[in-house]
Design a protein around this ligand. Structure first.
Ligand SMILES: C[S@@+](CC[C@H](N)C(=O)[O-])C[C@H]1O[C@@H](n2cnc3c(N)ncnc32)[C@H](O)[C@@H]1O
Length: 232
């Protein structure tokens, strides 16, 4: 197998992590979640919203594909999972095999998340816990949420989402949020830090926003163990 230095996938995968993985990626504790109105954006096939709902935690999940049916999302999720995991072997030397002991364990967790998500989706979308949205525009009033979580999209897909798109998404998060925004990871599919992070932060041009880069107890892509926190 030829080794590569970049995860060479041809799409933004409809993919998702579980509640437990979110807790670690974002360094969360449940007491914060219980007192927050949370937006997960984009949420993809993550089971975070479904599992949080079971615990009585208030989460709204958004994704561009949430106008599809649960069956179609399940089908798309399975296809994307297969595509990503086929490409994985080319770059497996660039991952830290500690959080997941091997590829099978990571795959099992992604499949579990997809299944929990798809089971919750029909009822959850009627209850407006799953909302279709095409970023950077979010169909919510100003300051609807106190905590915005965004993982495995901004910065990660910096090879195909441009600077202005990143900037517009973060400005939109700042509009719909009254408290805190967390974004993970800060590196791309090429395993290198997102080049324009400082430029984006200076473009936000508000003295009222506090910025922190915080280490988290999660590392799968080598070097991807930090999140960006913005406080209002
Ligand atoms: C890898 S998933 C993120 C999953 C989840 N946050 C996690 O960490 O498990 C990326 C998602 O971005 C969604 N997406 C792509 N472009 C989008 C856009 N312009 N607006 C909203 N969602 C978008 C895709 O449909 C996909 O589900």
């Amino acid at each position: 197998m030829k080794k590569h230095n970049c995860l060479d996938i041809d799409r933004i995968a409809f993919f998702g992590r579980t509640y437990a993985e979110y807790m670690d990626m974002f360094g969360l504790d449940e007491s914060l979640l219980r007192q927050s109105q949370i937006l997960d954006c984009p949420a993809g096939a993550s089971s975070f919203a479904a599992e949080a709902h079971q615990k009585g935690i208030d989460v709204t999940a958004c994704d561009i594909l949430y106008d599809l049916t649960a069956d179609k999302l399940m089908e798309k999720g399975k296809k994307d999972l297969q595509h990503v995991f086929e490409k994985f072997d080319e770059v497996s030397h660039l991952y830290v095999w500690k959080y997941y002991k091997d590829k099978d364990e990571a795959m099992i967790l992604r499949s579990r998340a997809l299944e929990i998500f798809a089971n919750d989706f029909p009822v959850g979308s009627k209850e407006r816990r799953y909302v279709q949205a095409e970023m950077p525009y979010l169909p919510f009033s100003d300051r609807t949420f106190s905590l915005v979580l965004s993982s495995n999209f901004l910065f990660l897909y910096g090879d195909r989402l441009d600077f202005n798109f990143h900037k517009a998404c973060i400005k939109e998060f700042l509009r719909v949020c009254s408290g805190e925004i967390r974004i993970f990871p800060l590196i791309g599919l090429d395993f290198k830090p997102y080049l324009y992070l400082d430029d984006i932060l200076s473009s936000l041009d508000s003295d009222d926003i506090k910025v922190e880069i915080v280490e988290v107890p999660f590392e799968f892509q080598k070097g991807a163990n930090k999140m960006l926190k913005l406080y209002l």
